[in-house]
Design a protein around this ligand. Structure first.
Ligand code: ADQ
Length: 411
């Protein structure tokens, strides 16, 4: 069979309000993850590993660092007509920004007209997972559906964060779709679970163009893919599901098969990091048969040293990036991004430290996410006194302390 002609549109304009303060200064897909990556690297790696190399990344909100990352890291040879292009909101249809994700597609229909694909993949940009999208495209083509929605079982308690799908008698046709319902009921065979949309879709090109135009004329619409476009196609009987549990990624193990995390909240973001460092990680960054790509400046290897007073610098149950120096300080169950510096007698436990964080002598950091460039003064304690921390920092429902980029920590 001839290879289908596919264009991928990655929706990367989300604001990510629930990830504040990490999104105060950058779009959610540009939030750093796992020491070396940004959230958008996961979807782009899945597409690239599948050989889908005509990719437009639709950006809008605070997109500077996202644009820079995509242009630098994902620049490709144009020899075969491949591209990964960040496309900022350009107000092509008048003086207005995108009203919602469907409006972002409407305002970029020219990209589809230029490429003339048979199918358009529309994927979100803020999930941690491995997926081979070719298997979903194959099912989509074989079934003749107008849209195919990737779906995964999720806890009923999280139903109000997802598009919830009810399938018809054949198990693949979508009988009902409700975006973030407050009153969802569980599945017949698992009352504590729902069938959730992963926010990843494959559209027949003409179906997408028609529905997005129809939606633009609908004054009651919020012009959102999950909230408006999918329900319209469900009503027309044109939607099917692709069960993510059927997806087979080369090199995956029993442990990490089917792993997918929506890191929409700070607690989910923190938990997904802890998944990386458990002894047998449930998400395996070391699978070289389906690599997750990213880009960084050339940096020296991480260094672990005794300081002058003979204090030992070490890390255990942790991931330590290039350019890190543990100068007589200790990291346990933590993830350290490039150029983190941990000074003598300091201890970092159960924490995520982003680029260039500096932990001063004797300081303590526990149960925390510390964004770029933060300097923890000598002797400071974060994650020890909850009342104090609530006064100065963001503290999540499960007690994770979060410090924003460049935040000044009192002495
Ligand atoms: P949400 O993630 O809550 O739910 P949304 O905020 O629209 O939906 O984000 C979806 C994707 O679109 C994200 O990658 C985001 O960055 C991007 N996006 C949002 N607004 C945009 C805009 N104006 N321009 C460009 N990109 C934009 C969605 C689905 C649910 C599904 C969950 C799974 O709507 O049905 O269950 O994803 O996480």
């Amino acid at each position: 069979m001839a290879r289908p002609h596919v264009l991928a549109m990655v929706l990367a304009g989300g604001e990510g309000k629930r990830l504040m303060p990490l999104t105060a200064d950058r779009a959610k897909p540009a939030v750093p993850f796992g020491g070396m990556y940004r959230l958008i690297d996961f979807v782009l790696s899945n597409l690239a590993n599948a050989g889908y190399l005509k990719i437009v990344v639709l950006t809008q909100y605070k997109s500077h660092s996202l644009d820079r990352h995509v242009s630098r890291t994902w620049r490709m040879s144009t020899l075969l007509g491949n591209y990964v292009t960040p496309v900022p909101a350009q107000q092509r249809l008048g003086p207005r920004w995108f009203a919602g994700s469907a409006d972002a597609i409407l305002q970029n229909l020219n990209l589809i007209e230029d490429e003339r694909p048979d199918h358009v993949i529309v994927f979100g940009a803020d999930h941690i997972y491995r997926m081979d999208p070719r298997q979903m495209v194959e099912q989509h083509i074989a079934s003749g559906a107008g849209v195919t929605i990737a779906a995964i079982r999720q806890p009923l308690s999280l139903a109000d964060q997802f598009g919830v799908i009810e399938t018809g008698p054949d198990g693949v046709g979508v009988a009902a779709f409700r975006e973030k319902p407050k009153d969802a009921v569980g599945l017949p065979d698992a009352p504590d679970q729902v069938y959730a949309s992963m926010g990843n879709y494959v559209f027949d090109t003409q179906v997408l163009v028609d529905v997005v135009k129809e939606d633009a004329a609908d004054l009651s619409s919020k012009h959102d893919v999950g909230g408006n476009i999918i329900p319209k196609l469900v009503k027309a009987g044109r939607a099917q599901v692709y069960d993510f549990a059927d997806n087979e990624v080369p090199g995956s193990t029993d442990r990490d098969r089917g792993y997918w995390r929506d890191v929409g909240t700070l607690d989910a973001f923190y938990e997904a990091h802890m998944d990386l460092i458990s002894i047998h990680p449930v998400f395996n960054l070391y699978n070289q048969e389906w690599p997750i790509y990213t880009g960084h400046d050339p940096l020296p290897p991480a260094k672990f040293v005794f300081n002058e007073e003979g204090r030992r610098g070490y890390a255990v149950d942790s991931m330590v990036s290039p350019g890190v120096i543990l100068a007589g300080g200790v990291a346990e169950r933590s993830i350290l991004s490039p150029r983190v510096y941990v000074d003598a007698g300091a201890s970092v436990h159960d924490s995520v430290l982003m680029d260039c964080v500096r932990v001063g002598r004797g300081a303590v950091v526990r149960n925390a996410i510390i964004d770029k460039n933060v300097v923890i003064p000598d002797g400071a304690r974060i994650g020890v006194d909850e009342d104090y921390d609530r006064e100065h920092f963001t503290v999540t429902a499960s007690g994770v302390r979060v410090l924003g980029k460049n935040q000044v920590v009192p002495d």
